[in-house]
Structure formats: C-alpha cells, structure tokens
Design a protein around this ligand. Structure first.
Ligand SMILES: Cc1ncc(COP(=O)(O)O)c(C=O)c1O
Length: 416
C-alpha cells in the first residue's frame, strides 16, 4: 500500500486541512477568488500531472500523448464555442503568462502599447515599470475621467493618435464598470493597432452573458481561468484565426515549456460547467449581488468609486469612515471578511496603504448567497469598519460571519 499524504507529509496535510477550514468559515470577498468545484479539483489532482506534452495536440515533442491530446482538444473546442473565437490556446500557466505570450507574439521589444494605468484599475502586466511588460515594451497609460471615474475613451483616442501604438490593451483588475469593447476597437482601428482584451476578471460574467463579449471586437483575448470563471488556477488566450499561429508560438516555445495537462483537464471541466444554464444564472446573480452590496454600503456612508458597479466588483473609498485601505482590510479580516486594500483613482495614498478596499461577490454567489445576504454582509462590513479598534465587536461580527458561512456551505470543500 502506498503512503497517503497524511502519512508521507503530515505537515502539508495539516496545512491543507487548516486552509480548507479557513475557506469554509470566512466571507471570501477578494473579487479574483472563487471556489472551484470538486470536479475541477479532482481533474487538477489527477495523474495527468505526470505527462510531458510539449507542443500541441497532434504535434508533440514527446511520445505517449494520444490520451492527453483528447483533454486539450476538448478544452480548446469548449473555449472556442463558449467565447465565440476562432482559436483557443489553453496552455498559459496564468493570466500573466497569457499576457506575456501575446506581447511576445505581436510585438518587438521597445514597441508602443496603450494600457490602463495601475491606479485607475489596470494590472501590473499592462505596462507597470516593475513588471516585464513595462521593462520590455514602451507602454503608455490611459486612465479614468477624474469626475466620473470611468474609462476616458476620448483620452485613449488622443493618446493613440499621439503615440501610434501597435497594440491597445483593455481590461482591468480594479474597475467596477463594463468595458466598452466596441469603442476600444474603433479607437484601435483609427490608428491601425490590434485590440487585446484582458478579460481576466470578467470572463465568467462574459461566459454567463452578464457582461458584453469582446468577440467581434478584440482580435486577441487573454484571461485567467480561476476568477469569475471558477476554474483551476491558470490562463488562456483566444484569438481570431489570423493571430492563432503567432499566439501559439508565443506560448510555446516562446514563453513556456511543457503544459500542465492536469490543469488543462481542469480547464476543460470548468468550460463545460461554464456553458451550462446554471452558470448563466450564477453570472447574473454575481452582478446583481454586487449591485445590492454596493447600494447597502453607499447608504451607510461609504463612497463607491465611479458611483456604483456593473460587474462582480465594488471599489469602495473607505476614507469617509475615517480609515485608510490597509487598516480597513485588516479590520475586515479580523471580522472574518476577506477583501484587499487598493488604491482608488487619483489616490493620494501609496499602493502600500491605499484609500480603498476592493471587494467582490463571485465566491459568495458560488455559496448560493443572494440579495438578502448581501444586505446583511454590507451592514456587517460597515459595523466592522466603524469598530476597527473594538476587539470585542470584531469578535462578535466574526461569530455572525461564521454562522452565515455555515448556512451556505462552499462547494468544492470537503470539511465544513
Ligand atoms: C486584469 C488582469 N490581468 C491579468 C491578471 C494576472 O493573472 P494571474 O494572477 O493569473 O497571473 C490579473 C490578476 O489579477 C488581472 O486582474
């Protein structure tokens, strides 16, 4: 008999058990997190991890790939069908890898790209100077309008005309509004740039019909697979056929070696789940929940960046309650509510403190929580922030959070 994990490595077994318990009893409100299903977790925990499969189905550099080829083909076909693109590459190890692979495919070092500014909600891989994207390419940043705190498309056009980028990247990590892919494509066409949509945060909403799709607008699309899509940790690239070969070469051999076949199998399972009518309901409820949460927070005196939300995400300026982002996020964590602190547009605080907290509803909605629970949670959040120096009250809220979690067990977890 082979040794179990508990026998081989009780320390790791213990860590996994404790983390599972933590996930069960907190309100997980980091908008990029979710609960993958048992089916996804089973695929990822499978013996497909043993297989080397450099290359693509039917054209591998290793023997013995007939069976795993089937898994990758399923994942590719399902991705193409779900998102309505000509081609899918399901090998990127993460959203970051997907973005870097596209840059490598379409750009020469030093070429100009337009991307969203980090403090306006853009991602590090959209040209931040500490990231390889910002070091290798000449990124120029567009942002949001100071008044509306929504993407300034006119400003994007002006910058595009001035800098003549080869690529325009739309998509964000901390932006509560819908992305206007149609308008972005018009801007890209005006300067003959390619439009890349990084839909990492909203891909599940797009799959479920709760956010407009970039299909027919962006020529290349990247995503992570573990956020609103609720799959295993990983990435994907979708593209028009014109860019398919270049993108494939940008992933392998351009920026990765062997694909993670166990994760690709998990992506295939996730794509099957995301194509179901239940997932459509999930995506719609996720957005509805964010709206109810936002309303509740605003009624209690918090300021919502951009005045609201159209997605799964709410960016809250917490300064009206006399706290800054970092204190707010640590206070909420003491109360069993897990979020992350964030800068807000034109923030006067550095990113290590921030004036805001970013929160989202994907994981709560996976647990089956709806409008009523969002109101309860909104009130718990405000109570916690108002009691940031009151240990007793934070402990009481933590107890209420735990009761709520117990009433809505998270799928995918074994011990609850
Ligand atoms: C818009 C956007 N792009 C890319 C990424 C990177 O994804 P990953 O963490 O899978 O590398 C993120 C992650 O937060 C993101 O929000």
């Amino acid at each position: 008999m082979e040794s179990s994990l508990a026998e081989t490595d009780p320390q790791i077994e213990g860590i996994i058990g404790r983390e599972e318990q933590r996930q069960a009893i907190v309100l997980e409100m980091i908008p990029s997190e979710n609960y993958a299903s048992r089916a996804v977790i089973q695929a990822v925990g499978s013996v497909l991890t043993n297989k080397y499969a450099e290359g693509y189905p039917g054209a591998r550099y290793y023997q013995g790939n007939e069976i795993v080829d089937e898994a990758e083909n399923l994942a590719r076909d399902r991705a193409v069908e779900l998102f309505h693109f000509d081609h899918a590459n399901v090998q990127p190890h993460s959203g970051t890898q997907a973005n870097m692979a596209v840059y490598l495919s379409l750009l020469q070092p030093g070429e100009t790209v337009l991307g969203m500014q980090l403090d306006a909600g853009g991602h590090l891989t959209h040209g931040h100077k500490v990231n390889a994207s910002g070091k290798l390419y000449n990124f120029v940043s567009y942002g949001v309008d100071r008044e509306t705190e929504m993407i300034d498309y006119d400003g994007m056009l002006t910058l595009a005309k001035e800098h003549r980028p080869k690529l325009i990247v739309v998509g964000a990590t901390a932006y509560p509004r819908q992305i206007n892919f149609e308008r972005a494509r018009e801007i890209a066409d005006e300067v003959e740039a390619v439009l890349m949509a990084d839909m990492a945060h909203i891909s599940g909403l797009i799959a479920g019909g709760a956010h407009p799709s970039p299909a027919g607008h962006a020529q290349v699309v990247t995503t992570s697979t573990h956020k609103t899509l609720r799959g295993p940790r990983g990435g994907m690239v979708l593209s028009d056929s014109k860019y398919a070969r270049r993108v494939d070469r940008g992933v392998f051999p351009g920026s990765q070696g062997g694909p993670m076949m166990h994760v690709i199998a998990g992506k295939a399972v996730m794509l099957k789940e995301a194509a179901s009518p239940r997932f459509q309901q999930y995506a719609r409820q996720t957005v509805k929940n964010a709206g109810v949460l936002a309303e509740t927070l605003e009624e209690s005196g918090l300021r919502l960046v951009s005045g609201g939300t159209e997605t799964h995400l709410v960016l809250v300026d917490v300064t009206p309650l006399g706290v800054l982002g970092k204190v707010a996020a640590t206070t909420l964590e003491s109360a069993g509510i897990v979020t992350n602190y964030n800068t807000i547009p034109f923030d006067v605080q550095p990113p290590t403190i921030g004036s805001g907290v970013r929160m989202g509803t994907p994981a709560l909605t996976t647990r089956g929580m709806r409008d009523q629970e969002m109101r309860t949670i909104g009130h718990l959040i405000v109570r916690a922030l108002q009691s940031h120096d009151d240990e007793g009250e934070l402990t009481r809220i933590r107890g209420e959070v735990r009761e709520l979690c117990e009433a809505f067990p998270a799928p995918g977890l074994l011990q609850q």
